[in-house]
Design a protein around this ligand. Sequence first.
Ligand code: GAR
Length: 220
Amino acid sequence: MAGPLRVAVLISGRGSNLQALIDAFGPKVADSPVKIALVLSNRPDAPGLERAAKAGLKTEIVDHKAFQSREDFDVAMDREIRAAGAEFVALAGFMRLLTPQFVTAWKDKLVNIHPALLPAFPGLNTHKRALEAGVRFHGATVHFVRHETDSGPIIAQAAVPVLSGDDESTLAARVLQAEHRLYPLALRLIAEDKVRVEDERTIVSGAPSADGALFNPAPS
Ligand code: GAR
């Protein structure tokens, strides 16, 4: 049997999604289907780097400010990812746009978590925009990365209700909790070979689907 999927996790900041991946697949987890081969940050001061070091994971910093062009920066990242033996890349709060060359090189081996139910609210400030739009459900999406920002075949989504009285921070916290469950779930499905891309949509096999309907407001 093939060994665990060797994943590089790319971060830019806090790293709470990285922490969820460490808790699910870190060195302390026996028989993990995923091995975190590298945690790479484009920011030397990203707090997530400490989480990685604490877990005993290999870390690298590729500071985007040290590069003349996006291309050069992505080439340097690519080199570190491959040097660490990673065969798959997971963006976890990585806040740099990737070049078409990088995205093409890692096609179907590069996933992102986005704090909205795509294709609604790509880009930044998703929680504020969801509140402004008045949607009753918001959430998070894990998807394969394509050239357009926050686009690509969707692997898994988690929906959370928007509650009356929510502000950006209460809604963000609810979504983040869901993200922390969603990302390990999606990566596990990939590592177990249960996800394939066909005609730019994913087919997930061997995993239970959600059933029923969610209502918000709920019927009384
Ligand atoms: C998460 O909410 C993630 O979905 C989002 O940044 C946050 C990172 O938090 N990612 C994006 O907006 C990507 N465009 P974390 O560093 O605590 O995981």
